[in-house]
Design a protein around this ligand. Structure first.
Ligand SMILES: [Fe+2]
Length: 221
């Protein structure tokens, strides 16, 4: 039987958001003040999402894992500490772009581009470690019911607008069967009427017509 996976879907979404943001920085003409400001806004949203993701893992998963496998958590939290240092660097670099003139901004935009690329390289390794080393460990130490309860605790702590952003990104990043599994789980936990609103705000907003038809067909099966 396939075991419950806490990391796979959300990490696919985070990789998509990071890759999209890096590409956006890459195509931005930083000499254009309005374009630079728009890109900085997207970088700020990514930072918020990434910082919240660390908090969710640390608030719910790490204490439970630490009780049964303390050593496993030490490395994870050290890596999270490095991520927070990278986030502080992004804020600093974004401030330098905002404070620069049109001639200086492109070089500072390139610094931000390379800083995000370096962070992504580290975070992609970190997320792969979580999926390939930590998730099997969690699956050995906890039942699926316990893993699903951890996920439920994290989801319940996320404000609706942030949950919408995460669900949109997960739907964009997942395969068709994975989308149906995700939204089937959301439907099972949502009060009546709320699921239809969530579908409107997420799947209907980001999926192609073909993908939406496929998702609705799978959810109806
Ligand atoms: Fe993590």
């Amino acid at each position: 039987m396939e075991r419950h996976d806490l990391y796979g879907p959300i990490h696919k979404a985070l990789r998509l958001l990071q890759a999209r943001t890096l590409t956006l920085i890459g195509v931005t003409d930083f000499s254009d003040e309005a374009a630079a400001a728009r890109t900085i806004g997207v970088v700020s949203e990514l930072l918020h999402t990434a910082a919240k993701h660390l908090e969710h893992e640390e608030a719910v998963i790490h204490p439970l894992l630490a009780a049964r496998a303390p050593d496993a958590v030490i490395l994870l939290e050290a890596q999270h500490g490095e991520h927070r240092a990278a986030f502080a660097e992004f804020v600093h670099l974004a401030g330098r772009i905002a404070g620069a003139d049109a001639l200086e901004r492109p070089a500072r935009g390139r610094e931000l581009y390379l800083a995000l690329a370096r962070f992504m390289a580290a975070d992609f390794l970190h997320m792969a470690h979580e999926e390939q080393i930590i998730m099997p460990l969690l699956q050995r130490l906890f039942t699926d019911e316990e893993l699903i309860a951890m996920e439920g605790e994290i989801v319940a702590s996320i404000p609706p607008d942030e949950l919408t952003v995460l669900l949109q990104a997960m739907l964009e990043a997942l395969s068709r069967p994975e989308r149906a599994q995700l939204m089937g789980g959301v439907r099972a936990g949502a009060p009546p009427g709320v699921f239809e609103q969530l579908m409107q705000a997420t799947a209907c907003a980001v999926l192609s017509d073909e993908d939406l038809i496929d998702l609705n067909r799978r959810l109806a099966a």
